[in-house]
Design a protein around this ligand. Structure first.
Ligand SMILES: *[C@@H]1O[C@H](CO)[C@@H](O)[C@H](O)[C@H]1NC(C)=O
Ligand SMILES: *[C@@H]1O[C@H](CO)[C@@H](O)[C@H](O)[C@H]1NC(C)=O
Ligand SMILES: *[C@@H]1O[C@H](CO)[C@@H](O)[C@H](O)[C@H]1NC(C)=O
Ligand SMILES: *[C@@H]1O[C@H](CO)[C@@H](O)[C@H](O)[C@H]1NC(C)=O
Ligand SMILES: *[C@@H]1O[C@H](CO)[C@@H](O)[C@H](O)[C@H]1NC(C)=O
Ligand SMILES: *[C@@H]1O[C@H](CO)[C@@H](O)[C@H](O)[C@H]1NC(C)=O
Length: 602
């Protein structure tokens, strides 16, 4: 629902501004190799380079010599958890990060708030966002870029509550030191827009109290959270946490796609020896772990990538691995299980005036386990770039209601024409959204093939559990009260809308591939089921106690951990990125302390 492009004029102006402001940088990249003084480095840090620079290049045989000898840590995935983790470990140990995507620093789709929806809509192979559609019929996205989800998300920053930290068994003192480590570098206080103020005041009016002001803390009531966008609308990402790294000991390879983790299975327990990855030219390489005690491969590929990588490497449900002829290293039926996504439903509030763009700034944290937020200003003007958005194309809704053989081109075109008007109207306004904090419904992930570039099949089973559905119904009632409250209407100057009409906008806005029913706006339960979307907080797949130990070591094998959101049984705080980055730092410090004791110096 955020994939509507802005005016081409704005884009051209922006490109023009970029060209005139960076003339030296462009010329110096062109003359790479020559001695030039202030050389522009598109990768920002010297320790980042393309995967093909790895010395042991060979598609037929692996060798490891020269500076590519061995590493104390190999981190698979330079994402929201991987970057802070690698930066921390590199203080005292050699670390190799293998990231399948590129860098975020020079990518305008990532760097600017105003391009949020454009970046998400980009379904090309080089996009920082890799689209997938769960079997539930809901569009979703996973990050494919250094900095991970922090490069493609809405930027909201809010910590986990104390109860989450307690359930995780984490040391609260170290947690309290690790959050500020992230915040100092990349987190900002937002400048509230009019509509975010309207949301704040109407939440208070309908009883989501008290007002807790601007805070990173997770407290019941209404608050303003942090953001990784600065006051110029520029995004700061987990990749910037690499500024903390020891450049002598860190090496980050981009466009490095790990294909499998390699095990030595000759002993009593499988033991990791390294990983096989391919570079941007498709050549294979092997990176090896040092033989020193404590060396580890750490999987930080996220809730889709980590369970997928375990299975591709031979750890997972036996039947599934056999089906794809993957040699079994260790049977574990729990890999890929316990997947969950926080269901989100939205009410669209149309407006006659263009609205200032904002992502998430205000959040209502209710006692019923529901969060209320808003995103505004995605107006589609007549000058907008009208493109087809690949998997996210508005043709797709047709696919959910019309059998394949009846999808005639004329019908598709007619549908697009019809739909455009509705979108045009709806997207001058805002989305007021509610999402469930702790969904009970669970799903699973399974491989479709052995190609790591392909998405596995993911099922979340939104609203399968009746309690989830009941909570959504209550949440929609609450949001209906918010958008018809006095404060909201006074601020936004919108006409008081009939709630059913607003609900019908969400139904018609074509936001997922689920079949629609005639009773969608009469039955809130049906509305919840039919208009569910993701807020991209999916988690699980490598749960603690099932796949990893509390310190995130993979059960049953040596020298392998998983440190990312796949180990979470619930999404922390109102938005997980704060805690995922914190966890990268936290686990890095824990590992250093364990290995070095007092000498770690952290
Ligand atoms: C680990 O790194 C820190 C920072 O560079 C340093 O102060 C500390 O002495 C190192 N510890 C060991 C055991 O090398
Ligand atoms: C940004 O996204 C648009 C499509 O949404 C795409 O056409 C463009 O190439 C992307 N830009 C970059 C730098 O990736
Ligand atoms: C950690 O910080 C939170 C507030 O951010 C505070 O409530 C809590 O008491 C702190 N815990 C420790 C152990 O310092
Ligand atoms: C949306 O805003 C544009 C100006 O950006 C305006 O031209 C258009 O009429 C508005 N649409 C509606 C339905 O109010
Ligand atoms: C209505 O909004 C205006 C600003 O747009 C504000 O000054 C006024 O206090 C508001 N009134 C109420 C009752 O909220
Ligand atoms: C809505 O109508 C459909 C049939 O179109 C029916 O299967 C469903 O149970 C109804 N939903 C509710 C909540 O009444």
């Amino acid at each position: 629902m955020f994939w509507f492009l802005q005016s081409p004029m704005a884009l051209k102006l922006f490109l023009f501004a970029l060209l005139i402001s960076l003339p030296t940088s462009l010329s110096s990249t062109a003359s790479k190799g020559k001695e030039q003084k202030p050389k522009f480095n598109p990768y920002r840090y010297k320790f980042i380079d393309k995967a093909s620079t790895f010395a042991s290049s060979s598609s037929s045989s692996f060798s490891s010599n020269g500076r590519d000898s061995t590493y104390d840590y190999i981190v698979i995935g330079g994402g929201t958890a991987g970057c802070p983790l690698a930066a921390t470990l590199s203080r005292n140990f050699s670390v190799l990060v293998l990231e399948r995507g590129g860098v975020p620093f020079t990518n305008a789709n990532v760097s600017f708030l105003r391009n949020f929806h454009i970046g998400l809509a980009d379904t090309s192979a080089s996009s920082a966002s890799q689209a997938f559609v769960s079997t539930d019929g809901v569009y979703n996205a996973r990050a494919r870029v250094l900095g991970g989800g922090s490069c493609i998300n809405a930027g909201f920053y809010s910590r986990a509550d104390a109860a989450f930290v307690k359930r995780a068994g984490w040391d609260p003192k170290l947690v309290n030191e690790s959050y500020p480590w992230v915040e100092r570098e990349i987190v900002h206080q937002p400048k509230l827009t009019l509509w975010q103020k309207a949301l704040r005041d109407s939440l208070l009016e309908v009883g989501v109290r008290p007002f807790n002001g601007f805070t990173y803390d997770h407290v019941s009531g209404t608050k303003i959270g942090g953001t990784i966008f600065d006051r110029f609308g520029r995004r700061h990402t987990a990749a910037e946490l690499l500024a903390y790294a020891n450049p002598q000991k860190l090496r980050v390879l981009i466009y490095a796609t790990v294909q499998k983790i390699v095990f030595d299975t000759s002993g009593t327990r499988p033991r990791v020896t390294g990983v096989i990855f391919k570079d941007e030219n498709g050549n294979q390489h092997q990176a090896l772990l040092s033989n020193r005690q404590g060396s580890e491969v750490i999987l930080s590929s996220g809730a889709i990538g980590s369970p997928q990588m375990l299975m591709l490497s031979g750890i997972g449900p036996k039947k599934e691995l056999q089906r794809l002829k993957i040699p079994l290293v260790l049977e574990n039926e729990h890999v890929g299980k316990g997947m969950a996504d926080n269901p989100m439903n939205t009410i669209l509030v149309p407006s006659k005036q263009p609205i200032e763009q904002s992502l998430i700034q205000t959040v209502g944290i209710t006692k019923m386990g529901v969060y209320v937020e808003a995103s505004t200003g995605f107006g589609q003007s007549p000058e907008s770039i009208h493109t087809h958005y690949g998997v996210m194309s508005d043709k797709n809704e047709l696919f959910s209601t019309i059998p394949a053989k009846q999808r005639r081109p004329e019908a598709t075109q007619a549908y697009i024409r019809r739909n455009k008007y509705q979108l045009h109207e709806a997207f001058n306004g805002s989305f007021i959204l509610e999402k469930l904090a702790y969904p009970i419904s669970r799903g699973h992930l399974s491989l479709l093939n052995t190609n790591v570039d392909d998405n596995p099949s993911v099922t979340f089973n939104y609203f399968k559990h009746p309690v989830d559905l009941q909570r959504c119904v209550e949440a929609i009632r609450l949001v209906s009260k918010v958008v018809t409250s006095k404060r909201f209407l006074n601020y936004t100057q919108c006409d008081k809308q009939n709630v059913h009409e607003m609900l019908s906008l969400s139904v018609k806005a074509n936001i997922n591939l689920r079949p629609k029913q005639v009773n969608d706006t009469k039955s809130m339960a049906q509305f919840c089921k039919d208009t569910v979307v993701t807020i991209w907080h999916y988690h699980g797949g490598c749960l603690v106690g099932k796949v990893v130990s509390p310190d995130r070591k993979v059960l049953g094998v040596n020298r392998l951990r998983v440190i990312d959101g796949s180990t979470f049984d619930e999404s922390p705080g109102t938005n997980p990125q704060a805690t995922v980055m914190m966890m990268g730092r936290y686990m890095g410090v824990k590992i250093l302390r364990k290995r070095l004791g007092n000498k770690a110096g952290v």
